[in-house]
Ligand binder design. Structure first.
Ligand SMILES: Nc1ncnc2c1ncn2[C@@H]1O[C@H](COP(=O)(O)OP(=O)(O)OP(=O)(O)O)[C@@H](O)[C@H]1O
Ligand SMILES: [Mg+2]
Length: 396
């Protein structure tokens, strides 16, 4: 019998004690250096555990990439839910990432289906809102909704979730909202009516060197066997990530460097692996961002990537990259798509921070506008590789 590929692998050397703890979805038990923010969230949300009051709390969490916004919110609702169970309060929580659910309608349908087993198709947003409100009331339920990457929605959409509470008797609120987005996007989204409904705003600063030392030492000890990543080498990771003040930057470098050590059968991570891993990590970009894209959006990203991989090419246009897009859909045996669909894909990629699409007049006094597409953060070749990997996995 041929050897089983999983069993032969289990005897291979592994520097990871628990590799999963370095993946983006992992939520650690502790969040060093965020005590003050945790305190602030607890102070705002504790009222939801009061059996004599039924009110809603609306908060925002903003900050630059990789400073723990998502993780802080996930940990907070996990602990809130457990505290509610312990105190006999009927409270539920729901986390939604708008990279996956990009419209108010799709979020409402998701909640209706997952929480109340209601098939939302065929109902208007207003009807869905009413159905949710009726169920919350009937079940005497409080719900906390976390809307992550909220800049995919408009300020009005977010207000609609807050306004759901107006379907209850005056002074009763059952749906609380925690809105998360990057700082600059929040400023763009914030309107007077929205800011008037947000009780408290938390803005998370980037991490300094000392804080990264504390955070990354903790994450190293969770992920690796003792001695795999010595303090001196960890210092290099801290040094690199303190330039971006981004904890994810350091965590992704540790993950990739660990994988390199495994691949070469080494039982520790040297400075060489860290330097090599550094070149593969793009701190602004969530590593899982491509998994949330639809096939057409992946094809669009690939078409921009292929265009910009050509020597000397710094930017491209919708027209030029659309030609490549057509070839790619054909290559993957998919139906041809219109230029209008392609433009929508380009807009989404821009909203996600993968590409930059600036529109300017061709010439003063000339009719028509031309969009210049370029890449923010990630080299074109790496973009193509990552997209190809996601498509390959989907087609397996
Ligand atoms: N204080 C902390 N302690 C431990 N780990 C942390 C801390 N802050 C952030 N992290 C880790 O850093 C990574 C990035 O955090 P997170 O994804 O929450 O950032 P974010 O602010 O939501 O970034 P983005 O704006 O890109 O979505 C995660 O792996 C998270 O677990
Ligand atoms: Mg996040």
């Amino acid at each position: 019998m041929p050897p089983n590929i999983f069993q032969s692998r289990s005897s291979a050397k592994d520097v990871f004690r628990d590799r999963h703890t370095l993946l983006p979805e992992f939520v650690p038990d502790d969040l060093p250096c965020r005590d003050q923010e945790i305190e602030q969230l607890v102070a705002n949300l504790s009222i939801l555990l009061d059996p004599h009051k039924t009110i809603s709390v609306n908060l925002s969490i903003t900050g630059q990439p990789g400073v723990g916004k998502t993780t802080l919110a996930k940990k907070t609702i996990r602990d809130l839910r457990n505290a509610a169970i312990a105190n006999g309060i009927n409270l539920d929580t729901f986390y939604v990432n708008c990279h996956s659910f990009r419209t108010k309608t799709s979020i409402l349908r998701r909640i209706a289906l997952e929480k109340f087993n209601i098939q939302g198709r065929g109902y208007s947003d207003e009807e869905l809102m009413e159905m949710l409100a009726t169920r919350l009331e009937k079940e005497n339920l409080r719900m906390v909704l976390v809307i992550d990457e909220a800049s995919m929605l408009s300020g009005e959409d977010i207000l609609a979730f807050i306004h759901l509470n107006e379907l209850f008797s005056p002074e009763i609120g059952r749906l609380s909202n925690i809105i998360i987005c990057r700082r600059s996007e929040w400023t763009l989204m914030l309107s007077a009516p929205l800011s008037g409904r947000i009780q408290d705003q938390l803005n998370l600063d980037g991490y300094g060197e000392q804080q990264l030392l504390e955070i990354l030492s903790y994450r190293r000890d969770l992920a690796f066997f003792a001695g795999v990543l010595p303090d001196e080498e960890l210092g290099l990771v801290i040094d690199i990530s303190s330039r971006t003040r981004n904890a994810r930057h350091g965590i992704e470098i540790m993950l990739r460097a660990g994988m390199m050590a495994n691949a070469s059968g080494s039982d520790s991570i040297s400075a060489e692996y860290i330097r090599a891993a550094k070149t593969e990590v793009y701190p602004e970009l969530r590593s899982d961002v491509f998994h949330d894209l639809k096939d057409n959006e992946l094809f669009a990203a690939m078409s921009v990537g292929r265009e910009l991989s050509k020597p000397g090419r710094i930017s491209t246009t919708v027209n030029d990259s659309f030609e490549i897009f057509k070839l790619i859909t054909d290559e993957y045996n998919e139906k041809p798509q219109s230029k209008a669909t392609y433009r929508l894909c380009i807009n989404t990629l821009e909203q996600l921070g993968i590409i930059s699409h600036s529109v300017s007049s061709i010439d003063e006094g000339t009719r028509g506008r031309r969009g210049k597409i370029s890449l923010f953060d990630i080299p074109a070749q790496i973009l193509v590789e990552r997209v190809e990997n996601v498509l390959k996995n989907r087609r397996r």
